[in-house]
Design a protein around this ligand. Structure first.
Ligand code: 5GP
Ligand code: ZN
Length: 114
């Protein structure tokens, strides 16, 4: 997708710190980390947000969660815990309109979120 920053990161035309990649997903370090571990799990397919998902994407979303669990174990934050956040549209604060899942860990996180 033209003018999509995450499509450009996936293609490699914009640099990012990749920490994981498979055929369907990349995980990168967030450029403005909000926790000691702040990764973005990004499906390679250009999906805008949760409202743009179709039944064909069901397995992909499940895979995102399994990759997150695997990264949590790899980083030793599985026992203490982690948070996965997907912001959709303005009230949630979505700023990049290519679906991504924030992986946050390494500090206590408040509930409810701000
Ligand atoms: P959203 O607000 O859409 O849920 O999250 C977008 C996230 O992407 C933000 O946490 C922001 O810091 C991150 N981000 C925006 N541009 C870039 C970039 O060029 N590189 C990386 N690594 N992260 C980015
Ligand atoms: Zn995109």
């Amino acid at each position: 997708m033209d003018n999509c920053i995450f499509c450009k990161i996936i293609e490699g035309t914009i640099p990012a710190k990749k920490v994981y990649e498979d055929e369907e997903i990349v995980a990168i370090e967030d450029i403005k980390p909000e926790a000691p571990h702040h990764l973005l799990l990004i499906p390679k397919k250009h999906i805008v947000n949760a409202l743009d998902l179709t039944p064909a994407d069901d397995a992909l979303v499940g895979r995102v969660y399994r990759v997150a669990a695997s990264l949590a174990r790899e980083r030793g934050v599985d026992e203490r815990g982690f948070r996965i956040v997907q912001n959709t549209n303005a009230d949630a604060g979505q700023s990049v309109f290519h679906i991504h899942f924030h992986f946050l860990a390494g500090r206590h996180m408040a509930w409810p979120p701000g």
